[in-house]
Design a protein around this ligand. Sequence first.
Ligand code: C2E
Ligand code: CA
Ligand code: CA
Length: 540
Amino acid sequence: MCIRDSSPLVRGPSRPGETTVDLVAHDGGMRVGVLRLRFGGEVRLTEVEQYKLRTFASAVCTAIRNAQAYAELARIAAENEHAATHDPLTGLPNRRQLYDRAGRLFTDPGHDGLVALLLIDLNHFKEVNDTLGHAAGDDVLREVARRLNNAAEPGDLVARLGGDEFAVLLAGLPTPALAGHRAATMLSALEPEIDVDGMLITVEAAGGIALAAGAGSVEELMRRADIAMYQAKRAGEQTTIYAHARDTTDVDRLMFTGELRRAVSEHEFTVDFQPIVDLGSGEVIAAEALARWKHPDQGDLTPVQFLDAVERSGQLPAFADAVLEQSLLAMKTWREAGFDLPVAVNVSPRSLLDPSFPAAVLARLEHHDVSPTLLILELAETLTISQIDVVEQTLAELRNAGVRLAVDDFGTGVSSLSVLSRIPVHELKIDREFVAAVETVSYTHTTVDLARNLHLTVVAEGVESEPQRRALWELGCVAGQGRLFARPLSAARFVGTLQRGSGGRPGMLASALHDVGAVVRMPARRAAGAGRSSLPHLPA
Ligand code: C2E
Ligand code: CA
Ligand code: CA
């Protein structure tokens, strides 16, 4: 930008006796503005004065241009922020903003009243799209958004979650009962027909309500509202409020917390055992202990349904102890029946943060006179680096005592390789997701190679078919477990299954992949000397 050099002195229209001087600012040949100076009388500017004024005018122009640039930047930033938190079709807040706001309500104890989430799903919306086209569908969605927004109270947040799903975060409710009332008001706003290009469309919707109190997290609140919404749909009702008693998809974590103590003292936690088999020979070489909860009202519960509650409660050490105790008792009975097998026990990451954990494990081994080398601890791969520091000490204590360590669900965590470089383990268990894809995806191949380079034993989880078994074995994976061989069994059924064996051979669960005496292509560097009494040779 520059001020035109030629003749800055201009006698412009002015009051009598005044002089006006226009300093015209140019930028790249474009006139950007004029700085007009008005003097009380006749002036003659010296060259120095002209230079100073030009410099001043130039500075003013630069300042204005900067201010414009900043305003533009701020506008773009606001636009980005808006795009990131709003749904482009309806202009409503999106899922992210809903989660943010709900999360703040959860963490800020200072808010007045109760919080509830209403999930709304339009019924048969797909038909609108299919018969009238997407443009008409979009019109309907925009109108639904407008009506919900109008029906909301100040402080509520109406969001579009995607597709034909909307959510309303209701805040400041004086009583729980009011949530249902407010939801009914929102849904009745959708009842009048919607005019789309002269065509009248009736929108039906189902709503599910969940109260934040007791939900504990935004995700849990969403899950509950979702369950309630599907109940409303199934029952043909307009809205349904989430109720524990009808939540059959998952048993409620909080409800359990009070029952865990009883579960421990009444020995409601039991353990099933799944055989781990030598993939080549079909021989059972170990077992994995899998916890179950024989719940008096709910029946048999699997770990996914209760582990979270156990880990959050104070009952984790008692639970882990119960699992280990039952595993050791089972090992003793199997030993008496002639099967001296190692048992793999799953360990919660939280147990590894407990400094008394190694001593508790070693004491129990000693009490039952079981060698630590017959115990394998399976570690979840999801340990974070910050936890590894603490965990390293715990694991070193166990490892030094002879206990074997395995990384469980390998391939699913993010820090898999860093875990392996920090904690020396003996074994890798390939997650069943990868095993399922073994015949088509080369990832498993890479994993097995990597593990063999680290001299680790590789155990495949979830082996369900003979082709999978063969593919894994050919990759050099020595062991596997899964429905192909056996599902998890009680300790008594486990030993019965071993005694029966396969093809009249006790201790075997499948025929060998090769005939005795036949020429076999052995997978390279496959661990030798796999005997019935232990896992295939593991490097210490
Ligand atoms: P995991 O360690 O990956 O255990 C294997 C899971 O796969 C078991 O589920 C088992 O029943 C299942 N499974 C076995 N064979 C097959 C198959 O052929 N196909 C498929 N699709 N699945 C198969 P389960 O018993 O429900 O255990 C779930 C998870 O709970 C375990 O996953 C483990 O991480 C955890 N867990 C189990 N018992 C304990 C325990 O005592 N303590 C701790 N901390 N965690 C445990
Ligand atoms: Ca496991
Ligand atoms: Ca696993």
